[in-house]
Design a protein around this ligand. Structure first.
Ligand SMILES: Cc1cc2nc3c(=O)[nH]c(=O)nc-3n(C[C@H](O)[C@H](O)[C@H](O)COP(=O)(O)OP(=O)(O)OC[C@H]3O[C@@H](n4cnc5c(N)ncnc54)[C@H](O)[C@@H]3O)c2cc1C
Length: 475
């Protein structure tokens, strides 16, 4: 049986679903191919934060904002390292994306739009997310897909990885090879192919090659860089290498080495929880002012320490002091923390600092010396080593605790090079006629540069998906 479509979209996730649905609703015959048993990709675990200036929701709340103000913020946060053309397309169309979700029944978290401090903050409240984070986006997408399937113009194949791109005429692509149902190879012809396969922060080998850093992953397991492998076979170029930046701190996963558990993470953003603890490297040395407000500065400092690994060290009085405020670990009460010490991977406690260091894998002499010097700083009310100003308690009351944290990766910065029409570019800079890439497969560096800009992955993924789907349906 011959399979032929106007458009094949590879990957039913954040970017792929809106692209395929808009194209089918616009009149195109579309195949949406998904390797997983379910649709949604990273939407199952993402925070789903989106950023948009000029939405109805902002207007209703009296928040003055503009596309130019959003662009100014992104240029400031990324120090001008993002792709200006792609950032502008996102910013100019983001409000329409958010209003469209609103029209389709998106369940906004009531506090949004707001300023988010998990990344360098924008100057204006323009970040939105759902009551169930990105799952709220998926809810809208499921209804949208049903609508598109009901037109009879959209086929969805699950459990069906695309394993090859077929070269076509004029240096373009002729279609795809799909391992349909994981069982049989099927050739599908297509006028256009869109790669929306996500990033590669779940593939340590590709991560080392393109990001050049050790991987502790909190990405969705399907993020294995398939689109990059597929397009490189046809001579596609990769952009954004050298932009790697980790997310600041994550507890080791309790059972899977090399992974971090994003839901169990320490609250390390000083604007959200002024730190009681100190951070030390494996030599027991402090390496940053723990109360530094710029999360970007902390993320960059983390890339400079051994193994990008550190321990938060605190005593029992510090644990107790968090009882009335925000917790040391998301969702953990002081009792949870005490109970999980020496039970959970990377969480240690001991009666003395020497014992604690030996258990955790920190140099004991280094930690003891650091604690003594820190306690002097607390007594003097001045930290001459790092300039920390929040010095509430000395490290004095046993038991002492240490929690291991890694630089973790939720996303990848390198990705397929594309032009402003989302066409994949070859290594000589020329664009492939009918092969497109959207979503994280183009790399976070395209829209965030070497930084994290709130919402600047989910927003472009959905926005580019909708724009491209509509354009391909029309042409
Ligand atoms: C924990 C976490 C929190 C995050 N929070 C935010 C946030 O708040 N805001 C923000 O902007 N960004 C955030 N991000 C990043 C953002 O969520 C992702 O960059 C974005 O969702 C990726 O969308 P995508 O469409 O490119 O990939 P995905 O949504 O992952 O979709 C890709 C799909 O392609 C499928 N696929 C892959 N290979 C093949 C193949 N060979 N054949 C067929 N199908 C294939 C996959 O199975 C998957 O379903 C977060 C990421 C993580 C991990």
């Amino acid at each position: 049986m011959e399979h032929s479509y106007d458009l094949v979209v590879v990957g039913a996730g954040t970017a792929g679903i809106p692209c395929a649905a808009e194209a089918a609703l616009g009149g195109a015959r579309v195949l949406l191919v998904e390797k997983d048993h379910q649709i949604g990709g990273t939407l199952h675990i993402s925070g789903g934060h989106m950023a948009a200036a000029g939405t109805r929701r902002q207007a209703e709340r009296g928040i003055a904002d503009s596309v130019e103000a959003h662009l100014t913020d992104i240029r400031r946060i990324s120090a001008g390292t993002a792709r200006d053309d792609l950032v502008r397309i996102t910013a100019e169309n983001a409000a329409e994306t958010v209003d469209w979700l609103d029209d389709r029944g998106f369940r906004f978290a009531s506090e949004t739009p707001r300023i988010i401090y998990g990344h360098e903050p924008y100057a204006t409240a323009r970040t939105y997310y759902g009551v169930d984070e990105a799952v709220s986006i998926l809810e809208v997408f499921e209804r949208l897909l049903d609508e598109a399937v009901a037109t009879g113009r959209l086929d969805l194949w699950k459990n069906s990885p695309v394993i090859g791109l077929t070269p076509g005429e004029d240096g373009g692509v002729g279609g795809v090879t799909v391992l349909r149902g994981g069982a049989e190879d099927v050739e599908v012809r297509a006028r256009h192919v869109v790669l929306a396969t996500g990033g590669f922060a779940a593939d340590p080998e590709l991560f080392l090659e393109l990001e050049g850093a050790p991987l502790v992953s909190a990405a969705h397991p399907t993020s294995t860089g398939d689109g990059i492998h597929l397009a490189r076979e046809l001579g596609a170029a990769v952009a954004g290498t050298g932009s790697f930046l980790p997310t600041f701190g994550g507890l080791p996963h309790p059972t899977s080495p090399g992974r971090a558990n994003w839901s169990d993470r320490q609250l390390l953003i000083a604007a959200e929880r002024p730190p009681v603890e100190i951070y030390v490297d494996k030599h027991g040395r402090r390496w940053v002012a723990e109360d530094e407000l710029s999360i970007d500065d902390k993320e960059r400092a983390l890339t400079r320490i051994d193994d990008m690994t550190f321990w938060t060290v605190f005593d029992d009085a510090m644990v107790e002091s968090t009882r009335s405020g925000r917790p040391l670990v998301v969702g953990w009460t002081p009792e949870d923390l005490r109970a999980r010490a020496d039970q959970r991977t990377g969480v240690h406690s001991a009666g003395t600092l020497e014992e604690l260091a030996a258990k955790a894998g920190i140099d004991p002499a280094g930690l003891v010396a650091t604690a003594a010097r820190y306690n002097e700083a607390v007594a003097a009310g001045e930290d001459t080593d790092f300039g920390r100003t929040h010095l509430p308690l000395p490290l004095a009351r046993p038991p002492f605790y240490a929690i291991r944290n890694h630089a973790i990766s939720l996303v990848t910065f390198a990705g397929l090079d594309i032009d402003s029409d989302f066409r994949v570019r070859r290594t000589d800079g020329s664009s492939m006629r009918n092969l497109y890439a959207i979503g994280e497969v183009i790399g976070a560096a395209a829209t965030c540069g070497q930084s994290f800009c709130s919402g600047m992955l989910v927003t472009p993924a959905i926005t580019f998906g909708r724009l491209l789907g509509r354009r391909l349906a029309a042409g």
